[in-house]
Design a protein around this ligand. Structure first.
Ligand SMILES: Nc1ncnc2c1ncn2[C@@H]1O[C@H](COP(=O)(O)OP(=O)(O)OP(=O)(O)O)[C@@H](O)[C@H]1O
Length: 124
């Protein structure tokens, strides 16, 4: 295979992984109610940001919060799938794993809400 063919094949692989990742986001959006709620809250936050005119720094903070929240929710969904793959039975370890992951999402969500409200309030 020539250098050009190799480069094309690299791009194809990159494109394929991108499509797999996009499919993961789309499937999670379709099937997980919590993910849909997070997307809705993110959209409201972006609209509020334009209304109260966030500064650049405030936008950076908000976009990191939104990106972090959605990424964490995707990881939580991935973990739930893996646990369900490992066992369909009710097991304490399965519960501990799912609850810990859900706890991580909750911690980030609470902090995001506090920071989001503070930023909006600060610009009123
Ligand atoms: N295999 C399991 N063993 C013990 N507890 C579980 C297990 N799966 C889920 N749980 C508990 O149920 C909670 C909700 O889990 P999950 O969102 O996966 O729904 P589910 O209980 O599997 O069923 P459903 O999706 O139909 O509501 C978890 O946070 C955990 O506390």
């Amino acid at each position: 295979m020539g250098l050009k063919d190799q480069q094309i094949s690299e791009w194809k692989r990159f494109y394929k992984s991108f499509m797999f990742a996009w499919s993961g986001i789309y499937q999670t959006f379709k099937s997980e109610r919590n993910f849909q709620i997070h997307v809705m809250i993110a959209a409201i936050m972006v609209i509020l940001g334009f209304v109260v005119r966030f500064s650049i720094i405030e936008w950076v903070i908000v976009l990191f919060l939104i990106g972090g929240m959605l990424a964490l929710e995707l990881m939580n969904t991935a973990l739930e799938h893996v646990v369900d793959l490992v066992t369909q039975e009710r097991k304490p370890l399965a519960k501990a794993a799912k609850d810990a992951a859900a706890g991580a999402v909750l911690v980030y969500a609470i902090l995001s809400v506090i920071i989001g409200i503070t930023l909006v309030y600060n610009n009123l």
